[in-house]
Design a protein around this ligand. Structure first.
Ligand SMILES: [Mg+2]
Length: 246
C-alpha cells in the first residue's frame, strides 16, 4: 500500500485517535448475550416470536442509528410489540439483562470483550512512530481493563472515556477535548480510527480531522454512510493495513 507522505497527512505532527469497542476490542460475545436476553424478554411478551423476526428487528434497529443502548432496545421492542410496551421493555431489559451482563463482565472480562488478534502488533508498530490516544464511548471501569486485563493502555498517551468526561461521541466536545489535550491546533493533523460512521467518522471529519473506518465483523459495519462527511478517507476490514498506511 502507498504510505502517506507528510504532505498528504497535512502536517508534520500527526496524532492517531482510536475508538475502543469493535475497533480494538471485539464486543461480539457481549452482543450475542445481550440480544439473547432481549429475545427472551420479548418472547415472554409475544407468543410465537421467531428468531428470524427478532434478528430482522435487530438489524433494522442498527440501521436506524439508535445511538445509545436504550434507544436500540426501544426500537426493537417498538417493532416487535408496538410502541405502547417499548418503555416497559427497556426497564425490564435494564433490570434483568443489564445487571446480569455487568456481573458476567466483571467475573471474566475476557469472555465478553476480546482484543482483536492484530491489535498488539499494530499498536506497537504505530506507537513507536506516532502519538496515539483513545476517544471512546465507554464506562469508566473500562480504563482498568485497558490498563491491566488487556494491557493496551501502554500504547496511548492518554485515553478519553465518555463517562469520565461527560461528553460522548458524536458530541463535538469529546473530539475537541482530545485535540486540546494533544495540543493539535490543526485538526487535519489528527486521524480518527473507528468502526461507526455516525459516531466516529462523521463527527471527526466535520471537525476537519481525517478518518479510517475499520469494519471487523462488527454489527455496526452495516450502517451506511449517509453524507459525504461520513465517507471515511480509508476503509479496511481490520487494523493491519494501518501499519502500511502510516
Ligand atoms: Mg466502536
Amino acid at each position: 500500500m502507498h504510505r502517506l507522505t507528510k504532505k498528504e497527512f497535512g502536517g508534520e505532527s500527526l496524532w492517531l485517535f482510536f475508538d475502543v469497542g469493535e475497533t480494538l476490542v471485539s464486543e461480539k460475545s457481549f452482543h450475542t448475550a445481550r440480544n439473547e436476553g432481549l429475545f427472551q424478554i420479548l418472547k415472554s411478551r409475544k407468543e410465537g416470536l421467531s428468531r428470524a423476526m427478532f434478528d430482522g428487528a435487530c438489524r433494522r434497529a442498527i440501521l436506524s442509528r439508535p445511538g445509545g443502548e436504550a434507544s436500540r432496545v426501544r426500537a426493537i421492542a417498538r417493532e416487535v410489540l408496538g410502541p405502547s410496551e417499548s418503555y416497559a421493555v427497556v426497564e425490564e431489559y435494564n433490570e434483568k439483562v443489564g445487571k446480569s451482563l455487568v456481573k458476567l463482565f466483571e467475573a471474566d472480562p475476557n469472555k465478553m470483550f476480546r482484543p482483536y488478534p492484530e491489535v498488539n502488533t499494530v499498536l506497537e508498530d504505530l506507537s513507536a512512530r506516532y502519538p496515539l490516544a483513545v476517544i471512546a464511548n465507554q464506562h469508566r471501569s473500562v480504563r482498568k481493563y485497558l490498563e491491566n486485563t488487556w494491557g493496551l493502555a501502554k500504547y496511548f498517551k492518554f485515553m478519553i472515556l465518555s463517562e469520565e468526561v461527560g461528553f460522548q461521541k458524536p458530541d463535538k466536545e469529546i473530539f475537541q477535548l482530545a485535540l486540546d489535550r494533544a495540543r493539535v491546533d490543526d485538526p487535519s493533523e489528527a486521524w480518527m480510527i473507528g468502526d461507526r460512521v455516525d459516531t466516529d467518522i462523521g463527527p471527526s471529519r466535520s471537525l476537519g480531522m481525517k478518518a479510517v473506518r475499520v469494519l471487523h465483523d462488527s454489527e455496526t459495519s452495516i450502517i451506511p454512510s449517509e453524507c459525504e462527511l461520513e465517507v471515511p478517507d480509508f476503509q479496511f476490514k481490520d487494523l493491519r493495513p494501518l501499519t502500511s498506511l502510516f
